[in-house]
Write a protein that binds this ligand. Structure first.
Ligand code: NAD
Length: 409
């Protein structure tokens, strides 16, 4: 099943319960605009390299479209569309005034120098600057893009349209970024994890965790979990993995990855493969890397009681069915990882008001939105007797549907 087919299946599950007509489903699912562009850049050695870039603007019924920009060799039109539609439901679940979009370039950034990465980013902006903007579509970081990439986007966009930092979020704090944006997705993941544990009367400091991915989201999630007393037993990244039944020393692992670029060679535990991590005996499994990692083949092997989807689209519908049957609770991506877009919204608000918030305010507002959103989804799940994913879709689709009807065609 392709990534987009998965998201449509999740959509249909909820849309069916809501009694949405076929015409309304089609209206809500059809993207507003799909763009595929050529990006030709000069390599440092003088050769020309050509890449394909994408931007999909899915829905703007609730406000300007918002979504990350992913640089990864496997980026393709189907995946970007799937991720754009997830953004539509996600921004609605946390009730921030945005629609959904997503973009990306099919490229392995490990093959590029910093100068090549900058030229690639600026060329991409040359191709899409007409269709993005603070009131239309606002990109942000995703896999292999960071604050520096966002700074180049702001600068290149400004060459066409004048100074307007609100065109992109996730910028460096020194250049109109927000305090707390970098940590936001990981922090939100931990807030909803703790909210779930609390509902089930479990203690965070008696909880064990395994994490796939130790990039932006995974490393901050690990840090906040560690701070709250949970034991992170296993972590993997693209280079390999590490397992310590006593709990990994997360600050030491962070320091190590900062110096070495990956967790390969970390001596604070035993080697661990991705498959072993996904099947490890922990309370909470947090996929925080790629999509589609939990599928029909490995779902039966999962031993965690709870799965918190920090990554986008990590669970294929067949696996989701298995988890439901086996009583494994899944906190879905459109709720679990919404902390990033929430603080992106705070950054946009600050840019538009030319007024900077302190970190404490960002954290307080983020924690409030994540907790309230979790509680709302939990209530729907309880009252309708459905899994949290269906509840989140019911909430998100309901809000987008109402905005669509109120706004009219
Ligand atoms: P990142 O590039 O900072 O980190 C990605 C991590 O995944 C790295 O540690 C990398 O080594 C690891 N990884 C890559 N391939 C792997 C593999 N085959 N096996 C195990 N690990 C692998 O990206 P990120 O920003 O942390 O994003 C991670 C996920 O979270 C993505 O699904 C992204 O869409 C989602 N997400 C990110 C944000 C955000 O604010 N950055 C917001 C919402 C959702």
């Amino acid at each position: 099943m392709s990534s987009y087919e998965s998201t449509v299946r999740y959509f249909d599950q909820a849309a069916g319960m809501m009694g949405l007509s076929a015409n309304m489903r089609k209206l809500l699912l059809t993207p507003l605009r799909e763009l595929k562009v050529q990006i030709a850049v000069e390599r440092d050695n003088g050769e020309i390299a050509t890449y394909i870039g994408y931007r999909v603007q899915h829905d703007n019924a609730r406000g300007p479209m918002k979504g990350g920009l992913r640089y990864h060799p496997e980026v393709n039109a189907d995946e970007v569309l799937a991720l754009a539609s997830l953004m539509t439901w996600k921004t609605a679940v946390v009730n921030i005034p945005y629609g959904g979009a997503k973009g990306g370039i099919a490229v392995n950034t490990k093959d590029l120098s910093q100068g090549e990465l900058e030229r690639l980013t600026r060329k991409f902006v040359d191709q899409i600057h007409d269709v993005i903007g603070p009131d239309t579509d606002i990109p942000a970081p995703d896999m292999a893009t960071n604050a520096q990439v966002m700074a180049w986007i702001m600068n290149q966009y400004g060459k066409y349209h004048g100074f307007n930092p609100a065109v992109v979020t996730g910028k460096p704090v020194e250049l109109h970024g927000s305090e707390g944006r970098e940590e936001a997705t990981g922090r939100g993941v931990v807030t909803v994890t703790c909210a779930l544990l609390e509902k089930l009367k479990r203690k965070v400091n008696h909880t064990t965790v395994a994490l796939q991915g130790f990039g932006n989201v995974g490393s901050f999630a690990a840090t906040f979990l560690h701070e709250r007393g949970a034991k992170v037993l296993g972590v993997t990244d693209a280079s390999g993995g590490v397992w310590n039944p006593e709990g990994l020393d997360i600050p030491a692992l962070l320091q190590f990855t900062k110096e070495r670029g990956s967790i390969k060679g970390f001596s604070g535990g035993d080697a661990l493969s991705n498959e072993e991590l996904l099947a490890s005996d922990v309370d909470v499994l947090i996929p925080a890397a790629l999509g589609n990692v939990l599928d029909a083949h490995n779902a039966e092997n999962v031993r965690a009681k709870f799965i918190v989807e920090a990554a986008n689209n990590p669970t294929q519908p067949e696996a989701d069915d298995v988890f439901h049957r086996r009583g494994i609770t899944v906190v879905p991506d459109i709720l679990a990882n919404a902390g990033g877009v929430t603080v992106s919204y705070f950054e946009w608000v600050q840019n538009r008001q030319h007024f900077k918030w302190e970190l404490a305010r960002v954290r307080t507002e983020l924690d409030r939105i994540m907790t309230e959103s979790f509680d709302r989804v939990w209530e729907i799940a309880e009252s309708r007797k459905v899994p949290l994913r269906v509840a989140a879709y019911l909430l998100g689709i309901g809000r987008v549907g109402r905005a669509t009807v109120l706004g009219g065609l």
